[in-house]
Ligand binder design. Structure first.
Ligand code: UD1
Ligand code: UDP
Length: 384
């Protein structure tokens, strides 16, 4: 067993772009409490623009180790993750493993930790799309089953976990660490600077798409490109292209329209500045649905469902089909933007106030210290 708190090590497992944005405030808050921490990068994402740029921009400590698992089929990637993470945890015996979101690195880390009897904390627990065709739905449901502490970002997530029989004592509604990062960096998101850097017009639609259902099938991607071209007949589109969809979109000729600008993936600060300055956003990203909600930018989500319904009820998000895209863009452009959300206001998602990282750190700390202040032996996952 590891040494007693505060020397017992907390391991954060991150691997993909959205993980970095969520982990930054949690790592910072635990550091303020003096905990020993280790950041394990699985290497699921590895391009500078998908990974290192976030560490540079967000004050996230450089990873202590990069397992370098890289890309592959789900089976290949998950197998590499399991092997690398098992070696890592067995060597270090962490007191707690903290995992983020719903990517393959998240589930693999939870599975390895549970088998080694290391307690797991899942940040962003309880989200449900109820769509089992999405790999993220599989990852998040199984991760929740394996976790000792479940940190929910919205009230309905707590309800989903209760419906699934998860012990309510393990579930904590803490707010949204991705929004902590957004609020902490608000002064840095400068739409004028991003417009100047990329020679963008005053009015544009920002797009980002990477879900398998939208980008993996060349026919689906080609239909989407035709609709995006229709939109571009009336307003410029700027799209930082996720590597997953790049080949399919280029093969379908997305760049063959004078008012479509394709960019490499942007760093976080530049990307959110692009979103902040946009007349509307077209996306299938989970995180971007939340960020547009806070920034008051209309968000059109090209998906049949969302695991983040609070972005519809309390935000700017709408689910649309590819056929609805041109008319939906025209409508939101005519309606105009909302004001940016005010943390704490009744129409803003509850607890999206910039303090989720601190709440998570307090709960993890208490778990390690124990109720009477004595260092607690780490308890197991579901059964303890
Ligand atoms: C992953 C997550 C998804 C998340 C997304 C965030 C899973 C199952 N999916 O999807 O939930 O929304 O990250 O961006 O975990 N590639 C590069 N460079 C990189 C990384 C990837 O070129 O740095 C390319 C490779 O061709 C790779 C493909 O992108 O095969 C997909 O990468 P992968 O991590 O498997 O899944 P994502 O689609 O990025
Ligand atoms: N993001 C970024 N650069 C980009 C596109 C997205 O920094 O070119 C940020 C975005 O602001 C959000 C996170 O990456 O914080 C979301 O990641 P992604 O859309 O890849 O994953 P998802 O949220 O869908 O899992």
């Amino acid at each position: 067993m590891p040494a007693s708190w505060p020397h017992a090590e907390i391991v954060h497992v991150v691997g993909a772009r959205p993980n970095f944005v969520k982990a930054a405030p949690v790592v910072a808050a635990l550091a303020r409490r003096g905990h020993a921490q280790r950041v394990v990068h699985t290497g699921q994402h590895y391009d500078d623009r998908m990974s290192a740029v976030f560490f540079r921009e967000l004050g996230l400590p450089r990873p202590d180790v990069d397992l370098g698992v890289g890309s592959g089929s789900h089976g290949e990637q998950t197998a590499a993750l399991l092997i690398g993470l098992e070696r890592e945890f067995a060597a270090r015996s962490p007191a707690f493993v903290i995992v983020y979101g719903d990517v393959n690195s998240t589930l693999a880390a939870a599975l390895v930790a549970a088998k080694l009897h290391i307690p797991v904390a899942h940040v962003e627990a309880g989200l449900r799309s109820f769509d089992w065709t999405m790999p993220e739905e599989v990852n998040r449901r199984l991760t929740d089953q394996l976790s000792r502490l479940l940190f929910a970002t919205s009230p309905e997530a707590v309800g989903h976990l209760a419906n699934e029989g998860v012990d309510v004592d393990r579930v904590h509604f803490v707010g949204n660490p991705m929004i902590d990062t957004l609020l902490a960096n608000l002064d840095r998101f400068d739409p004028a600077a991003v417009r100047a850097a990329h020679e963008l017009p005053e009015r544009y639609v920002a797009a980002t798409l990477h879900r398998p259902a939208n980008v993996d099938d060349p026919e689906v991607a080609a239909r989407l490109v035709a609709r995006l071209h229709e939109v571009a007949d009336t307003v410029d589109i700027v799209m930082p292209v996720h590597p997953r969809g790049r080949a399919a979109f280029l093969a379908a000729g997305l760049d063959r329209h004078p008012r479509v600008r394709l960019l490499d993936p942007l760093g976080y600060i530049e990307f959110v500045a692009l979103v902040r300055g946009a007349a509307a956003v077209v996306t299938d990203s989970g995180g971007v649905q939340e960020e547009t909600t806070m920034l008051g930018v209309p968000c059109l989500t090209l998906r049949p469902n969302t695991e983040r319904p609070i972005t519809i009820t309390h935000g700017t998000n709408q689910l649309i089909t590819e056929a609805e895209l041109p008319a939906s863009v025209a409508k939101v452009l005519a309606d105009g933007r909302r004001r940016a959300a005010d943390p704490g206001a009744s129409d803003t998602p509850p607890l999206w106030d910039g303090r989720a990282g601190e709440r998570i750190a307090a709960i993890v700390s208490a778990e390690l210290v124990g109720p009477d202040g004595a260092a607690a032996a780490p308890s197991g996952a579901a059964g303890s």
